[in-house]
Design a protein around this ligand. Sequence first.
Ligand SMILES: *Cc1c(COP(=O)(O)O)cnc(C)c1O
Length: 224
Amino acid sequence: MTISEALGRVRAAIEGAEAEAGRPAGSVTLIAVSKTFPEADVRTAIAAGQLVFGENRVQEAATKFPSVKADFPAVELHLIGPLQSNKAHEAVALFDVIHSVDREKIAAALAKEMQAQGRFPKLLVQVNTGEEPQKAGVAPRETVDFVRRCREVHGLTIAGLMCIPPVGDPPAPHFALLDELARRAGVPFRSMGMSSDYETAIGQGATHVRVGSAIFGYRDYGAA
Ligand SMILES: *Cc1c(COP(=O)(O)O)cnc(C)c1O
């Protein structure tokens, strides 16, 4: 299957899931996750009408996207992976949306860079819905307070929440929890759902789905 065909299938499945959930067509944004895939694949997806992309490493995105964005200014780039505060400068310069705000140190570093650069990416707070010790994200019970502190202490506007359910868990309860926390925090975006479960996520209120392998194919980390 070509990237263009795969994109067509994913778009159709998103439309189907929106309709089934009784949600308006176009209410879900598809983020095409291009990590490990070359710039040429990104350009192929752009030719097929895809303008929103996700990368999980600042460094990797910095090798592909400056030239892509120069050629296609409408491209919107999302950081969906972990962020260290020493990369805040580069992240604010390159990304339009950052999904991985998960501690005060990052919030403070982003606030400082955004003021310095006069560039204001939208920000999402990552929530560790499965409370996995090795996984990034704030604990569910701390989420509403963390969003409030981002606003009140750091002057940041938080646009939404993001989660990655534990491998092997049925994802729907995690998506439902994220939706409920977003409602309680008063933020509009819910970034949830990947290749294997984005239709489920749409049923639970996802506004952004992050789909990689279903568009670009199998990821060969060994060769990357
Ligand atoms: C890689 C990645 C995705 C996409 O995963 P697929 O299963 O290939 O769709 C989504 N979200 C995050 C945070 C990722 O790192």
